[in-house]
Design a protein around this ligand. Sequence first.
Ligand SMILES: Nc1ncnc2c1ncn2[C@@H]1O[C@H](COP(=O)(O)OP(=O)(O)O)[C@@H](O)[C@H]1O
Ligand SMILES: [Mg+2]
Length: 333
Amino acid sequence: MTAGRDALLRVEGLRTSFFTPVGEVKAVGGVSFELRRGEVLGIVGESGSGKSVTMLSLLRLLGTSGRVVGGSIVFDGTELTEVPERRMADLRGRRISMIFQDPMTSLNPVLTIGYQLEEPLRRHGRGTAAERRQRVLEMLRRVGIEPAERRIVQYPHQFSGGQRQRIMIAMALMCYPDLLIADEPTTALDVTVQAQILDLMKELQGQFGTSIVLITHDLGVIAGMADRVLVMYGGRIVERGTRRDVFYAPAHPYTRGLLRSVPNPDELTKKRLIPIEGQPPDLLDPPSGCPYAARCPETMRVCMGYPPRRTSLSDSHSASCWLLARPGAEVGR
Ligand SMILES: Nc1ncnc2c1ncn2[C@@H]1O[C@H](COP(=O)(O)OP(=O)(O)O)[C@@H](O)[C@H]1O
Ligand SMILES: [Mg+2]
């Protein structure tokens, strides 16, 4: 892919492992992608495919056992794998924010919403107390929590699940970050509330020009939001393209499997959903060939022995599958 000058984030050959008592879990096994400014990039894949770990690597939030063991992460011209922890802490919440699946675990039950919303501003030394309060009220209104003056003194349990997720969005946007990482932001919510939250994210994204990485196992969520999509499996990106490429011309058997296993938002007729048989690969001992070979309905002998290289199908669309490899095809990592 061409490395555009407007890339906010460029990840090259990222490898992340967890060093556990039973061995090295190779959670991310060589991932490369870029994110342009103002873009919404979707990352999809089943649970355990390495979506969260890829983005947590960026923020260096891997706990004590996790470590980036290879590759490069350039954010707005800065190599993040080399910046000292103090600088990383400054970037987190100010320039890069993350929203997690379960707002209840991210919100402190004994502190008021107002206090918690103000926290990123206090931490990064923004404004006077009065200015910070104004900003909290403004953000609460923008995410539809009213009357803001009354609600800032309330505690997390006094809000519904959907409202708590709105509060998390407000908190994440408090410092006008360049990048918002939303990790399964609506998974815990019912479908109607889910749609409202996604609409809100899209609206604020348009207003603030924030780039978003939206992680989900639900292709329906991506369908309404993402400009481009990465499909992850077994710690690698197996396919990438525009939303249109991936939904209308899926090239990797795994992507096709995923599409068959979820309701198609474009189809009124309810087709039968077909789950993908089998289990994701063991990342303690990752397969030497294609990570999907053991489950793929179209496996060939070569798939077991050698990792497929990336084949470009168009300027925007590529996939790593031996079925696509043909003499003369343009291949990359
Ligand atoms: N703290 C950890 N220790 C050991 N393995 C982990 C840890 N966190 C994640 N993993 C492993 O890394 C792999 C990728 O996980 P993750 O990125 O959370 O998947 P996803 O977000 O796609 O569901 C999984 O196999 C998971 O078990
Ligand atoms: Mg995850």
